[in-house]
Design a protein around this ligand. Structure first.
Ligand code: E4P
Length: 217
């Protein structure tokens, strides 16, 4: 399973990247707003740091304008994945980008039917949003499972990029189902290291070690 970091915070990306935890990065207009930085400048910095795919999202809503924006974003670096929304215009732009050999991440996917269209349009990645489905009492993880089954039935090569991840359980469930990639905020990835029994066990070991009166160094 590949790990993408869902942020435009370069310090947070660097910390995880230095540990070899980062296979790619996803950004979106809200994350660019949160970073307070210029999209071209921050995306370039991320692409220089991370060798895997870095998703940069178009904001136009008509295919021809999306294509113009996407080609500008693709010029930032060879590892840009152009991110387009799952609309008919987005699928049109996806097909155009894919035909020219660009990586495309089709985002804002909320149904298996949408995921089929993205695969047919040549998407490199499909981004089903787990958390936002859970937010409205639908089952985000069921969508990942459905898309996995459908893509496997027909050998679609589009990679399932489980997005809108809010918890460690989202990551492990997506891994169990066989999502190809997860994209998660840095804090959720770091939280994967936490377990209360690890903390309790370590506290006991340190207490017992003190009682030995020994030193390693
Ligand atoms: C994915 O590419 C999106 O940027 C992201 O996962 C959306 O997550 P959110 O629903 O927590 O905003």
């Amino acid at each position: 399973m590949k790990f993408f970091v869902d942020t435009a915070d370069t310090a947070a990306i660097r910390e995880l990247n230095d540990l070899g935890m980062v296979d790619g990065v996803t950004t979106n207009p809200s994350l660019i707003l949160k970073s307070g930085r210029d999209i071209l400048e921050v995306t370039k910095e991320i692409c220089e740091m991370v060798s895997g795919p870095v998703s940069a999202e178009v904001v136009a809503t008509e295919a021809k304008d999306m294509i113009e924006e996407g080609l500008k974003l693709a010029k930032i670096a060879p590892n840009i994945a152009i991110k387009v929304p799952l609309t008919w215009d987005g699928l049109t732009a996806c097909k155009a980008f894919a035909s020219e050999g660009h990586m495309v991440n089709v985002t804002l996917c909320f149904s298996a039917a949408q995921a089929i269209l993205a695969a047919k349009a040549g998407a490199t990645f499909i981004s089903p949003f787990i958390g936002r489905l859970d937010d409205i009492n639908l089952d985000g993880m069921q969508l990942i499972e459905d898309i996995r089954t459908i893509y496997d039935n027909y050998d679609f090569s589009t990679q399932i990029l489980a997005a809108s991840i809010r918890s460690v359980n989202h990551i492990t469930d997506a891994a169990r189902i066989g999502a190809d990639v997860i994209t998660a905020p840095p804090a959720v990835i770091k939280a994967m290291a936490n377990h209360p029994l690890t903390d309790k066990g370590l506290a006991q070991f340190l207490k017992d070690w003190d009682a030995t009166g020994q030193k390693i160094i």
